[in-house]
Design a protein around this ligand. Structure first.
Ligand code: 13P
Ligand code: SF4
Length: 300
């Protein structure tokens, strides 16, 4: 079947089943073509929370679908490939958080949205790359236990020197954002190209960037310059080109998140046709995870 036929099937099934399709910015352009909402982790969580459709199809990775289910539990949340996970999220466990709390009893706990529901349930708040600084600042505590991304933790620390950020576990990182080379950034900057980097990038990259931003914020900033070097997952180059077709976006072609690319038109047709790939979270973590997510959503 051609992409055109698959897209026609998806649009028909979507309307028949009254489904809302939410897609992360890193998804393939053909998935964006059928999506109702495209955004970063925070924008997807907010859209899922207020959705009225009975079926939410999350084209992204598992923590995004879990978040949609937690924030809007009366809906059926489906993933075209429920095996699409996030290796960064796998760095953290509730046990690691428990041990850190024992060691730092005065600290508040903030977990990145790229974490399991069980970790969210034992945290004081969740944060995303778009609101991590605001969430951490909202706590009166000086010490903040923060996981699992040590790069995002060090970014927040650099913006909020008055806080003591305690990163957990040692070495938590996203392999995709480790691909960038400071030498490449120096070269493009010398050629007059502006650089945007995701806060999951290591400090050697962040210090050379003109802007550090979530993928949603990148989409807003992109209009301000004509050519950009983008330090995040390769799919963002396609997304920015969709939004700003007359501008130039380059980056590393090998910065690919294998899990984000598991969602295809074929899988999406099957998911909508069979209503397969339902994502739920264990009932014992629902309440705690919702409390942590709602804290984040309500931070001004
Ligand atoms: P954003 O929330 O900025 O889209 O980041 C999600 C993510 O997984 C980055 O790798
Ligand atoms: Fe996780 Fe990195 Fe993929 Fe984002 S790009 S979903 S952080 S593995």
């Amino acid at each position: 079947m051609t992409n055109r036929n698959l897209i026609a099937d998806i649009l028909r099934l979507k309307s028949e089943k009254k489904a809302l399709i939410l897609a992360h910015n890193y998804q393939l352009p053909e998935i964006h073509a059928v999506a109702d909402i495209i955004g970063d982790s925070l924008e997807l969580a907010q859209a899922a929370r207020k959705a009225n459709e009975p079926i939410l199809v999350l084209c992204g990775v598992r923590f995004m679908a879990e978040t949609a289910h937690i924030l809007n539990p009366d809906k059926k949340v489906l993933m075209p490939d429920p095996d699409a996970g996030c290796p960064l999220a796998d760095f953290l466990t509730p046990e690691i958080i428990r041990k850190a709390k024992e060691q730092y009893p005065e600290a508040a706990v903030v977990v990145y949205i790229n974490s399991t529901a069980a970790c969210k349930a034992v945290a004081d708040s969740v944060c995303t790359s778009g609101n991590a600084v605001r969430v951490v600042r909202s706590f009166p505590h000086k010490q903040i236990i923060f996981g699992p991304d040590t790069n995002l933790a060090s970014y927040v620390q650099s913006v909020l020197p008055e806080k003591e950020i305690i990163p957990i576990p040692d070495g938590g990182h996203c392999y995709v954002h480790m691909r960038f080379d400071p030498e490449d950034l120096r070269e493009v900057k010398a050629a007059g190209i502006a650089v945007m980097a995701h806060p999951e990038c290591p400090v050697e990259i962040r210090v050379l960037a003109d802007y550090i931003a979530s993928t949603g914020r990148m989409a807003e900033i992109a209009r301000t310059r004509s050519s950009w070097y983008i330090c995040t997952e390769r799919g963002m180059l396609d997304r920015l080109s969709e939004l700003c077709p007359d501008q130039s976006f380059i980056g590393r072609e090998d910065a690919i998140c294998a899990d984000m690319k598991k969602t295809t038109l074929h899988e999406l047709v099957r998911c909508l046709r069979d209503l397969s790939g339902e994502v739920t979270v264990p009932s014992e973590v629902m309440e705690g995870a919702r409390r942590s997510l709602e804290y984040m959503i309500n931070v001004p």
